[in-house]
Design a binder for this molecule. Structure first.
Ligand code: COI
Length: 356
């Protein structure tokens, strides 16, 4: 063990780095060598340890397994042109993590605890950050109720873990999506704006039904008569109508996407008009009929920008103009990448730079 100021580090003796084909990276199945762990016990977060990535022991009564107190983040790190590593929007991810934890009654963690843990881990596994086009290091901080007890209660013990893994592109083709008019992802007053595990588990069933019908994803709605659109699969969603980007406004049923926020900031900077307002199925149909529904796409950390080619509403397909490199969404995606890689100025201080 090596002790940094606060974090104990046990380095792996068997690095798996040499086994990875960085030119063919799948999403979500390759893990870097190390992970960081810290525990909340006796009313406080204890110091963190970095250990070789591996299984953790748990009791079958661990409260998270029964009552779902689990929240997570999805973040990314990039290899910059000078070889440094940039971690994208640490503060914004931390803020959302805190909000999710509060909604799920999980005790708060200081920014220093989160940030030092993240930076120390990523520096140690810097060689895992891919430099190949379209790839990045996906970082998964998460926290769960680790107390051993099956009585229903807010847990008094928690475990915080961060691991990472190199990933390639999430989607390779434009999507065919269906406006979901039976199932809902989130309700007003519910947990939709928290990044809690249950939101994803609950979405699996409707998504798998849609996949059987030939769709890649569903467009979630608020369940009203107008089928106001909320999100797309695990992403936020935007439409370009008559040269204006329209995206549903944040609410307690919509996740405050970091990519969504970055996208809006860049679009405004590029002089593109953005409206954050309700947009329902009737408006999408009418815009399509008038020929002014120019682009639709999801935004998320994993997918970054995922163009939508076909929207199915009540059984009818509405096909959008063929996705081309000249799409405004793809230009914004490129600007975002340029900022992350150090090819464009980081005017908003989004990058946390790590020198390996
Ligand atoms: C992300 O976009 O990072 C997500 O968290 C969605 C998914 C990979 C769970």
């Amino acid at each position: 063990m090596i002790a940094t100021e606060k974090i104990m580090i046990e380095k792996t003796k068997n690095s798996r780095l040499g086994e990875v084909d960085f030119n063919h990276l799948p999403f979500g199945s390759i893990m870097s060598d190390h992970m960081l762990v810290s525990d909340y016990i006796d009313g406080e977060w204890g110091s963190s340890s970095i250990i070789p990535f591996g299984n953790i022991a748990m009791s079958p009564t661990m409260l998270a397994l029964h009552y779902g107190q689990i929240v997570f983040e999805g973040m990314k790190a990039f290899k910059m042109k000078d070889g440094s590593i940039s971690i994208f929007r640490v503060e914004k991810h931390y803020d959302r993590f805190c909000k999710s934890m509060e909604r799920m009654c999980i005790p708060a963690m200081s920014f220093d605890h989160f940030n030092e843990a993240l930076k120390t881990l990523i520096k140690l596994d810097a060689a895992w950050v891919p430099g190949t086009e379209g790839s990045s290091l996906y970082i998964r901080p998460f926290v769960f109720a680790s107390e051993e007890r099956f009585g229903v209660k807010v847990a008094e013990e928690y475990k915080f873990i961060i691991f990472s893994g190199p990933v390639g592109p999430y989607y390779s083709n434009p999507l065919k999506v269906k406006v979901e008019d039976k199932y809902r992802r989130a309700a007003r007053g519910g947990t939709g704006s928290a990044k809690c595990a249950g939101n994803y588990g609950g979405a699996f069933y409707p998504s798998s039904l849609a996949r059987k019908e030939g769709f890649d994803q569903v467009l979630w709605t608020d369940g009203s008569a107008d089928l106001n659109i909320e999100e797309s699969g695990t992403m936020n969603v935007m439409f370009m109508i008559n040269d204006v980007f329209v995206t549903p406004p944040l609410s307690d049923s919509i996740l405050d996407g970091v990519t969504r926020d970055s996208f809006i900031t860049i679009a405004k900077d590029m002089g593109i008009k953005i409206e954050e307002r309700k947009i329902g199925a009737p408006e999408l149909i009418s815009a399509h009929e008038k020929g002014i529904l120019q682009e639709a796409f999801g935004t998320g950390t994993a997918a970054v920008v995922a163009p939508i080619q076909v929207i199915n509403i009540k059984g009818k397909d509405y096909t959008l103009p063929t996705v081309k490199d000249s799409n405004v969404a793809l230009k914004i995606k490129q600007r975002l990448l340029d900022i992350r890689l150090g090819n464009a100025p980081d005017k908003n201080n989004w990058n946390t730079i790590i020198k390996p």
